[in-house]
Design a protein around this ligand. Sequence first.
Ligand code: UD1
Ligand code: CA
Length: 440
Amino acid sequence: MKYMPNKKVKSIILAAGKGTRMKSEKPKVLHRIFNKPLLGYTAQAVQDLGYVDETFVIVGHEAEQVEKYITSEYKDIKCILQMPQLGTGDAVSRAVPYLSGFDGYVIVLCGDTPLITSRTLNNFIEFHDNNSADLTVMSAIFENPKNYGRIIRDKNKKFMAIVEEKDAMPEQKAVKEINAGIYCMTWNKIAEAFKSLTNNNAQGEYYLTDIVKWAVEKNLNVQSFILDNNDEIFGINSKLHLAQATKILNKNNLEKLMENGVQIVDTNSTFISPETTIEADTIILPNVYITGKNTIGKNCKIGPFAHIRDGCIIGNNVRIGNFVEIKKSVIKDNTNTAHLSYIGDSELGSHVNIGAGTITANYNPITKKKSKTIIKDGANTGSNSVLVAPVTINEMASVGAGSVITKDVEAYSLAVTRSPLKQITNWVKNKLEQIQGGNK
Ligand code: UD1
Ligand code: CA
């Protein structure tokens, strides 16, 4: 059940940092999992709350690229430039002018933790609200807390401060409760903290984490919310982390699909984007890779070795077999594309049979234009046919094997483009006789 907070909620996503350890020219938050940038996962989790009325993304490193992505996918989100990047506290400070007079909660999160769920964010805000807190920090217990800020408590377990690894004393380093980097602030109580941040620390940065000590000194209500699934705050700093996060996301998603009645034969070799929905009794055979947003009906059989890229709407009882790639296509019920085919920018009706090796030639590399192939109900294509788009194969039409189709095919007709079969009687026999004759 979704909680409805008592106050308005706005959010700030920090995404200005460089991400040196990615060893990449691309900004860290634009690296992709299942073809969706990391930043998109965090932005989506916030958006899925349904009640956040304004979101700001702090951009800096390669700001233009990050802003371009945000404005193309999330029109309501504003980007704020942080230049230079003087730390997480400085990053949030950039948003302060946009929040003046705001009487509500501000949640702050990082653009490089794609596994956070809107369910957890919702519980977190509910916790803050129910405790009438002024500041709530999400924390987690880590067996290996290295590199994280530590949650420092006094002898009565009262939350006092966050100390960064680089500034921590040995006894502080031993603390296993860490700062997850997600905060909820009652804005009119906390906003003032950003006036008094200093960079007097080991990294010479303005730390966002210093607001905890500030709020404790002001006798404000400071809480910590301990996360129960540490995977959710898995932060991406390297290509290894990217692979590990993909695994976690995929595992959770496959489990959800199986719970809903999808059969997955080999969870180790199956990758399915969480944005794809699949109905019960569909079977996914090994080595299937499905990225992007797709919907797949019931009783389908997919794979082994199939690749569904993005934007596909697939009906019921559809067969997508080995070495078949499908992109941005609609496939209606009871249609088969069983072997070695490429179906791109296409619409396939129901009861269509696609012969092995059929290719929809959807892309013209000279004009750089993509065109559509339409194959209507009951039509079929013979093996090794090429359908040069834009082209329509009408109802119940048949395309002969090995044909290259450049014009629309009429309903109930056969279209063949191969040259007539020619037989030269005894051609081989004559050859053999010639050779043997020469050997004498
Ligand atoms: C931060 C926390 C640490 C916490 C950890 C959780 C601080 C001082 N420390 O450390 O307590 O355990 O996150 O992951 O906040 N960013 C900007 N502008 C900047 C600097 C950073 O936008 O000037 C962004 C980064 O792009 C990133 C996020 O802020 O998305 C966190 O920055 P990062 O440098 O990764 O902080 P950590 O050292 O991990
Ligand atoms: Ca980090």
